[in-house]
Ligand binder design. Structure first.
Ligand SMILES: Nc1ncnc2c1ncn2[C@@H]1O[C@H](COP(=O)(O)OP(=O)(O)OP(=O)(O)O)[C@@H](O)[C@H]1O
Length: 967
């Protein structure tokens, strides 16, 4: 209580005094004087110690007559001698300790600061322990100075006590540890924090040394997330004055950097290359899409295609883009389910009946009654087939019987329909007989009609519909879906922000790079980076996964080389992806201007430019990608683009489709050389036919002296125009019934499309590889081109032989980098985004082009296919599929599959078997000392040649050849 009060009073006094004069109070004056004196004493002490001379008279020495050498005079000599005597060499730090002690005691403190006795006690104790142990350590380890022990008397006493028991090492260790304890007691510094600091600084030192050695000191850059004004105010000012309209930076740093008064900092402008305007399909085309009748009219016999023209249908583009729920809703609202079709095409008089039928969940009506009613309906109008009728015709007699009792309970009155059951009961037996015949006949007719109706179900593929021939010479663009409007919004600010983020993230990985160009595309955006000198591009490539993670992107593809530019590309997927429609690319000038009938569309490149290629120049293409990556759509797009460019006289197709789904749509177009091949055995025949055709074309070309199919066709045309049409020079009499060789015809390009090439390889095996390799090697000049698609990009499918001969590859998304290497001989396809995103490796180039594949829906394919079907029928060549593999049909250089190498021992074995009359494998094995496998193979060859029989049930073979005749 008292103390507190006193303090309070003192504080009040002190503040008033301080306020008045600003001078020290009495105690403070004493303290300061004490500090000054202590410093004086320290200095004198230091002088005395450093100028100590052993010749001076002192406490331990006696000297006469000579001058005192010590700088501190006789006092200095005495003090120094005494201190050296007591503390040895530890006397030297005493002036420092004295000054430090004086500072601690006399420094100016706040008056209310209490003195912590515990703290002071430990400090003093620490000082004593430190001094004693230091003396002890000095005594053991240092040399004596003059005639004093290096640890002084203190050190001597301590070591003489410890040495007999702990020896030198033990004493040193004990003193060291005590020294450490004394240090902590005195200073309060923990040894753990000392260890930590030491560790930190040694690691930092090591890093510094390593960075110096690697010479990358300059690469460590700070992420530049702060506005330029904070980094370089001069530069910012210049920028601001140059362009006042610059946008303000939205800082993505979490720290608020702007104050309200500060001017808005100017952003660094990135060079964003906006894509060109969309090619606009003329409104005429759009209008045509809606009123187009050429597509719907031919399908009119099928009930569902018979649209009511007055009824307003939603435009096709809308239908396509609508979800199933929306379509369902529309259908419900307009009530246009199958029932509607029936009612719209049926006679109005029958509507009531159909309505009644529709409300029945289970058929409780007499089947015969219904049948008759149905027949009546049918007879009235033969041209209309009612699909719903088939529901009732599938009933057999048993069912009819079962139903009989129910008919009595039927609550539906069907008497209105001129059916009188009672009459038949009253008729005589002849009439009954006639009725029976009539009923049987009618049921037969109705069954046939129902079957037909079943086959003409609009939901089934229509095979032979009579399509009216379109007026246009080639399919038109309105067959394809084209979106009415497209969101093509590019957010500059967002792109710039991403660009800054990319730079910052690269800086995190110690890569200094600057985004120089930004190319926003329909699916991805490419940021072109200018790397600082000396930064390897492989460092960025190896970081692609880390970058994708840190930029929260699905995948990031690094384009190591951009031809013609000194930059590196970083391709990031867009937030919202646009679909590239086939119509976009087909309507592009690139496609329109291309003259070749084998022009194929791939899609759009990253800048939205159409990517169009010529299959004739490729000359073959390998398409690979995992399931669902967009392969089939890609192949369809290639085929459709050729159907847009060429007539059947220009291009013919052979399609091989093991999946029976993808290419079977094309069945019936006039471009097909053979039916779509779905059986893999036939596929090898088709390929063999192609090889034969190739050889034939080569012979023809050599006779005409031209180098390729184009030259051949040109020469043919020239000759015809000159009035000298060329007759087939390879024709021989007897080849056909004609008296003279037929005229040569224009040779079309032949495109062989194989969807799921892996299946073909698995079923037919090596043979296919051989045939494909032969075609791939030579078929270019002969105008035969291959499109091979596979979802298994493994080396057993895409073999070295095939790869070597097919230089053009298209890779859709694959799962691993290894797969990507198998297809493209380089990585990258594993970072694609799927849904038609592809890498295209053009022929003779090692740089892949990223292409967003064009999308053709099934409706698009059907529309183009139907358009071509309406123009003509295919002229199938039956030999292509059914060609037998007989020796006469073999191609030059081809061997029968069963043709194995005949074993060198074959003749000897024949001799042995025929002589001994025993054709067992073990016998052959023993006699010729060969392995089982070889012996078994030879015996099988004997069987194939008819020398021995097949093994009987006991495994023995009978020798069929007669025994040799002996003389
Ligand atoms: N270019 C594209 N644009 C947009 N979506 C596409 C594109 N290509 C394909 N798709 C989408 O990807 C789906 C799968 O495509 P597709 O059937 O061609 O794959 P696939 O690789 O042939 O698969 P599978 O081998 O199983 O047949 C399609 O249904 C379609 O929705």
């Amino acid at each position: 209580m008292f103390k507190e009060n006193k303090n309070k009073v003192e504080t009040i006094i002190k503040t008033s005094e301080e306020f008045d004069s600003g001078r020290l109070d009495g105690i403070q004056r004493l303290k300061e004087c004490g500090l000054i004196l202590a410093v004086l004493a320290s200095i004198l002490l230091a002088v005395a110690l450093f100028t100590f001379s052993p010749a001076d008279p002192s406490w331990s020495q006696t000297a006469w007559g000579s001058d005192i050498q010590n700088g501190g005079g006789i006092v200095g000599a005495w003090v120094a001698d005494t201190l050296f005597f007591v503390f040895g060499s530890l006397a030297y730090p005493l002036p420092i300790i004295l000054t430090a002690g004086a500072w601690v005691v006399f420094r100016k403190r706040r008056e209310d600061e209490s003195i912590d006795l515990m703290l002071w006690g430990t400090r003093v104790l620490g000082l004593v322990v430190l001094l004693l142990t230091s003396c002890g350590l000095a005594d053991i380890n240092f040399d004596d100075i003059w005639y004093f022990s290096s640890g002084g008397v203190v050190g001597d006493v301590l070591t003489s006590l410890a040495l007999p028991t702990l020896n030198v090492l033990g004493t040193t260790l004990a003193l060291l540890f005590f020294w450490g304890a004394g240090f902590t007691l005195l200073t309060g510094i923990s040894w753990l924090s000392i260890v930590e600091r030491l560790g930190d600084s040694s690691i930092a030192g090591l890093h510094w040394v390593l960075n110096r050695m690697r010479g990358e000191k300059d690469e460590i850059v700070e992420p530049q997330l702060t506005p330029p004004s904070l980094i370089d105010p001069i530069q910012t000012k210049a920028l601001e004055s140059a362009d006042e309209t610059l946008d303000s930076v939205e800082s993505i740093s979490a720290i608020p950097l702007e104050t309200e008064n500060e001017p808005q900092p100017a952003a660094r402008r990135f060079n964003i290359h906006m894509p060109k305007e969309e090619p606009v399909i003329s409104s005429k085309v759009e209008a045509k899409v809606e009123t187009d009748e050429s597509f719907s009219a031919p399908l009119s016999p099928a009930p569902n295609y018979d649209y009511d023209e007055d009824e307003e249908l939603p435009p096709r583009s809308k239908q396509l883009s609508a979800t199933i729920e929306e379509l369902d809703m529309v259908a419900r609202e307009s009530d246009d389910f199958a029932q509607d079709d029936v009612t719209s095409s049926a006679e109005p008089a029958h509507d009531g009946f159909m309505d009644q039928i529709d409300v029945v969940d289970e058929p409780p009506v007499d089947a015969r009654q219904l049948e008759n009613v149905v027949n009546n309906v049918e007879l009235e109008d033969d041209s209309h087939i009612e699909p719903t009728i088939s529901n009732f015709d599938v009933l057999d007699d048993d069912d009819e019987d079962d139903w009989q009792p129910q008919s009595a309970q039927s609550e539906y009155d069907i008497d209105d329909y001129d059916y009188e059951d009672e009459d038949s009961d009253e008729a005589d037996s002849d009439e009954a007989e006639q009725d029976k015949d009539l009923t049987a006949f009618q049921s037969l007719v109705s069954e046939a009609q129902a079957n037909m109706a079943g086959q003409q179900n609009p939901f089934l593929m229509q095979k032979d519909v009579n399509l009216p021939k379109p007026a246009e010479p080639m399919p038109t663009l309105e067959l394809l879906y084209h979106p009415e409007k497209r969101e093509n919004f590019i957010d500059r600010a967002a792109l710039e922000e991403i660009a800054r983020l990319v730079e910052a993230k690269l800086a995190d990985y110690k890569i200094q790079a600057e985004v120089v160009d930004i190319f926003p595309g329909p699916v991805i955006t490419r940021f072109e980076l200018d790397l600082a000198p000396g930064v390897k591009v492989s460092r960025i490539s190896s970081l692609s996964m880390d970058l994708a993670r840190s930029l929260s992107a699905m995948a990031v593809r690094v384009v190591e080389v951009i031809p013609g530019k000194p930059y590196v590309g970083l391709e990031l997927p867009n937030m919202s992806r646009q679909t590239v429609y086939l119509s976009d690319v087909i309507s592009s000038p690139q496609f329109k201007e291309s003259k070749s009938p084998t022009t194929i569309v791939l899609g759009q490149d990253i800048a939205g430019e159409a990517v169009v290629a010529d299959l004739a120049k490729m000359p073959h293409v390998l398409v690979a990608g995992t399931t669902g990556s967009g392969k089939s759509v890609g192949v369809n797009v290639m085929i459709l683009s050729m159907l847009y460019k060429s007539t059947p006289e220009d291009v013919r197709f052979i399609m091989i489709d093991p999946k029976m789904l993808e290419l079977s749509i094309y069945e019936g177009i006039p471009h097909l050389l053979a039916e779509v091949v779905t059986d893999m055995k036939d596929a090898s025949n088709a390929l063999r036919w192609c090889v034969g055709e190739m050889e034939r074309r080569y012979k023809l070309m050599s006779v005409l002296g031209v180098r390729n199919i184009k030259g051949f066709n040109d020469k043919l045309k020239m000759a015809a125009e000159a009035g000298h049409p060329i007759h087939d020079p390879l024709w021989k009499e007897g080849d056909s019934m004609d008296a003279e060789a037929p005229l040569l015809e224009k040779l079309p390009y032949i495109v062989v499309v194989v969807d799921e090439f892996a299946d073909l390889m698995m079923v037919v095996g090596k043979k296919v590889e051989e045939l494909i390799a032969r075609l791939a090697q030579k078929a270019r000049a002969a105008g035969i081109h291959l499109i091979l698609a596979t979802q298994r990009p493994s080396v057993d499918v895409i073999t070295g032989l095939i790869k070597a001969n097919i230089p053009t590859r298209v890779a859709f998304t694959v799962s691993t980098k290894t797969d990507s290497r198998t297809i493209l001989d380089q990585g990258g396809a594993e970072s694609l985004l799927g849904m038609g995103d592809m890498l295209y490796l053009p022929p003779g180039s090692s740089h892949t082009i990223r292409v967003h594949g064009a999308f053709a829906s099934d409706d698009d394919v059907h529309a183009v296919v139907n358009n071509w079907k309406a123009r003509g029928k295919p002229n199938y060549i039956s030999d292509i599929i059914s060609g037998d593999q007989s020796p006469e049909m073999m191609l030059p250089g081809e061997r029968m599959e069963s043709d194995e190498e005949v074993d060198p021992l074959f003749d000897q074995v024949v001799e042995h078997v025929v002589e001994t009359r025993r054709g067992s494998v073990s016998g052959v094995q023993r006699r010729f000392k060969i392995g089982y496998n070889r012996a078994a193979r030879i015996v099988e060859q004997l069987e194939a040649q008819g020398i021995v029989s097949a093994p009987g049930h006991n495994g023995n073979r009978e020798v069929l050849s007669p025994a040799p005749i002996r003389d």
